[in-house]
Design a protein around this ligand. Structure first.
Ligand code: SF4
Length: 69
């Protein structure tokens, strides 16, 4: 899993930080500041919850293929 966060879309609601505090933070302006682009596997459920809660669809998940097929 790889995540991208569009700070142009972010409205600073902070839902992502509440859902996945190990993956997302907010900067001094309240905008999303991902702590990592590649969350650990155990963070995936929280990341998916954060994506679902974000009111501005600012967070995206890019699923990575598990093989090179
Ligand atoms: S939940 Fe969405 S809008 Fe709110 S801080 Fe996170 S990325 Fe920004």
């Amino acid at each position: 899993m790889r995540i991208t966060a569009d700070r142009e879309r972010c409205v600073g609601a902070g839902q992502c930080v509440l859902a996945a505090p190990g993956v997302f933070d907010q900067d001094d302006d309240g905008l999303v500041a991902p702590l990592t682009a590649r969350p650990a596997g155990e963070e995936e459920p929280a990341v998916r919850q954060a994506v679902g809660l974000c009111p501005s669809s600012a967070i995206r998940i890019d699923e990575q293929p598990t093989s090179s097929l």
